[in-house]
Design a protein around this ligand. Structure first.
Ligand code: ADP
Length: 491
């Protein structure tokens, strides 16, 4: 089966969050399931620079007002189709915002063009690659199934994945004509969403199947409290909405062969984590304190991630002898809070503000615990990495965090099943209690070691999720690789 993935970021070429990790890992994991996946991405400067032996496979004299090309090439083992449209993508900043931190004003057109090209590939633009299914990710690609719906003629199935319902891609209706959508599309049973054009809404409405990245999040977003305005539509999709948890890319995250940490180790050599703990303490200017429980954070600093809630627990954790290692970037107020916390607690709170892949790995390998106090969390990758690295996760019982960590309550401890600590509701006193509980367990080395072992023994790989995606693709495409293409295509 042939699948086209279309996505606005992909690890290791360009990344702002977990979406890139998923897009980068899925093609490799799907190979074992008999799925050949190519990925369509925008030609950002960082990506163009690393594209080798790229061949132009299509050219447009006018795509959103200027010439553009589609390049086929390989980078970091990924089989890519790159939309080289300098007027849309050749700019400083990250994929979505300029250096001033503001959304690009033409994001509707930038990602509309990406979606239009994905739909065209689905409709046979490339003679040598006619996908049976298009896997579109997040609001940036929500118009893919909309274009296919409003075009005439046969089209491949579309599976649409919501990685975070909070980002919905809403744009002024004046973009309707420039996006090439017909006037009748601006309706409640079309792309209209509270008076705007809703990219995420369009994806949810028109895709053959909608997935999100954990079973619990799939349930949460069907309810008003978690649905962010879209719960009614999500409920209406019924069984066409399912949850598939993310995996960890085991090539990038493998403690027994990780070039970014001070000392590699596996489940039998867990004591070697001490070398990484010392390296982490040194990297962040923390006192060398091998016995002190070291709590790590690797996160975007945003309201979603609950780092203000952790901030309110900081003093209490320090009073219990903990040390804190924070890596994060994001909201100015949170950055200032953690900068001040480090200044007020030299040697006890170490903070690196910014994006640092190597330090993210060293925290997983050297911290004793990783705190993930998210108010909502579609899946979460850092707690999965933590499990793999023997760093015990302390997580809010929401979304994918609820699905992937087994709380060390008495029952789970007696069954030797516990892999971390969960708390709920997501508020300061509950997190403070969870940290107390974790530190108490940490001071019982036999029990702590068992929790680490249990976590490191979990299968957090892409194998099972890839099998699920392949099943969903086949069901959506309405047949399977054995049937001829014309029959598989929906008229
Ligand atoms: P989200 O996508 O909501 O930000 P996830 O937990 O799904 O959260 O994925 C976050 C990914 O980004 C993980 O791979 C994590 O290691 C990485 N990450 C987050 N913040 C940083 C940072 N400041 N430096 C390096 N890596 C980071």
């Amino acid at each position: 089966m042939r699948a086209l993935s279309v996505v606005s970021e992909i690890y290791p070429l360009i990344k702002t969050g977990g979406l890139a990790d998923v897009a980068g890992a899925l093609p490799g994991a799907l190979r074992a399931e008999g799925v050949t996946m190519r990925t369509l991405v925008p030609g950002y400067p960082a990506l163009m620079a690393r594209l080798t032996a790229a061949v132009p496979v299509h050219a447009w004299p006018d795509l959103s007002g200027h010439p553009a090309r589609l390049l086929a090439g390989v980078a970091e083992g990924l089989n890519l189709l790159v939309l080289d449209a300098p007027h849309l993508y050749d700019r400083p900043g990250n994929p979505y915002v300029g250096p001033d931190g503001r959304d690009f004003p033409d994001n509707a057109l930038r990602f509309g063009a990406l979606s239009r090209v994905a739909a065209d590939i689905g409709r046979g633009l490339l003679a040598d690659f006619e996908p049976d299914v298009i896997h579109a990710h997040d609001w940036q690609t929500g118009l893919v199934p909309a274009y296919l719906r409003y075009d005439e003629g046969p089209a491949p199935a579309v599976v649409f994945t919501i990685h975070n319902l909070a980002f919905q891609g809403e744009f002024d209706p004046r973009f309707l004509a420039p996006l090439g959508l017909p006037p009748r599309a601006f309706a409640i049973d079309g792309v209209e969403y509270y008076g705007n054009i809703g990219f995420l809404k369009a994806g949810i409405l028109f895709a053959d199947h909608v997935t999100t990245v954990s079973p619990t999040y799939a349930a949460e977003i069907r309810a008003p409290a978690g649905g962010m305005g879209l719960d009614g539509l999500l409920r209406a999709r019924g069984a066409a909405l399912s949850g598939v948890r993310n995996g960890v890319d085991e090539r990038a995250w493998n403690p027994s062969a990780d070039p970014l940490i001070a000392r590699a180790y596996d489940i039998r050599g867990i004591d070697h984590r001490a070398v990484n703990k010392a390296a982490l303490q040194s990297a962040l200017g923390l006192e060398p304190a091998p016995e002190a429980p070291l709590i790590g954070i690797v996160s975007r600093l945003s309201w979603q991630k609950g780092l203000d809630i952790f901030g309110a627990c900081l003093d209490e954790a320090l009073e219990q002898g903990a040390r804190i290692a924070v890596l994060g970037a994001g909201e100015a107020g949170l950055e200032a809070f953690y900068r001040d916390a480090a200044a007020a607690n030299p040697g006890r709170v170490g903070v690196r503000l910014g994006y640092d892949e190597a330090l993210a790995h060293l925290i997983q390998a050297g911290a004793d615990m990783l705190v993930v106090p998210s108010r909502f969390e579609p899946c979460g990758l850092t707690q999965l990495c933590a499990l793999r690295y023997g760093c015990v996760p302390i997580v809010a019982r929401v979304g994918g965090l609820a699905d992937t960590v087994i709380d060390a309550n008495d029952a789970a401890l007696s069954q030797r099943a516990a892999t971390g600590i969960q708390f709920q509701p997501v508020e300061r006193d509950m997190l403070a209690a969870a940290i107390r509980r974790a530190i108490d367990l940490y001071r019982q080395p036999m029990i702590w070691r068992r929790i680490q072992w249990n976590g490191m023994s979990c299968d957090v790989s892409w194998r099972e999720p890839a099998r699920r995606y392949a099943e969903i693709y086949r069901a959506a495409a309405g047949g399977g690789a054995e049937r001829p293409l014309v029959e598989r295509r929906r008229a």
